[in-house]
Design a protein around this ligand. Sequence first.
Ligand SMILES: [Zn+2]
Ligand SMILES: [Zn+2]
Length: 305
Amino acid sequence: MPDEMIIRFWGVRGSYPVPGPRTMRIGGNTACVEVQAGVHTIILDAGTGIINLGIDLMRRSRADGNRPVEATIFFSHMHNDHTMGFPFFDPAYLGGSTLHILGPKVFESDLEETLAHSMLPPSFPVGLDELPSRKILRNVNETDVVLMGATPADVEVLNLYHDQIDPSPDLVRVRTYHSYAHPKNGVNVYNISWRGKTVVYATDTEGYIETDRRLVKFASHADVLIHDAQYRTDDYINPAKPKQGWGHSTSDMAIAVAKACDAKQLVLFHHEPLYDDETIAAMEAAAQKNFPNTLSAYEGLELRI
Ligand SMILES: [Zn+2]
Ligand SMILES: [Zn+2]
């Protein structure tokens, strides 16, 4: 078992997919990030990037004597660009697969209900309950901590206030911060730690003046901070089409959080679909002048911490 946490980016785009020659280098698929921590395959969001991840998980399964796919999917929120790949996730169609699926309760609706709603006929021909895979769906709120143990099946949701939390560093621990800086019901930010390494996934969140202090505390000393950076500042404040209140950050807002929380590395994420490869490369270069260890996420990017 490798001692490193591996982070792979399968979809890095916000809002809607943008295939084509303008986005060849960065990629056009919407949000999906894979984190490998010990025996656990963790998937952050199911935008269209999860389709290629599903194909790759099937390839890995075949290469490993047809070992069934077991994975844990965390939804940040249930907006279309974060769920639209799920109906095309190949392992969900195999009876042998086990999928732990976790995400926020949206208003009064449980995760199971909102995910089922996203693929309900006539919008999609196969309902969630018709998928042959074994699915364990649970809400995860700010007062919960998810502990993942010695086997991929060992995924527990514990209430921080009522349960004894085992601090063993060999467990994968996922904590949640619910940010309200995204319309209409906010977004779950996840902090995944294992063996002293931490990755924080903060997509679809808008920066505040002097940063979101709760987020800064939550992401303190992250090895990798994946942060929404949809807009350039000049587009964000453009009086002809201001973006304030849309629930997304500028790269400057992402840098401010990275600096304030003392992150080791910042990954700019959830790129604006109208930005081509050159625009995103220019944003990355500008960001690196301010926070040197910054990368713009692209499909195929792999980080090891
Ligand atoms: Zn989004
Ligand atoms: Zn959203």
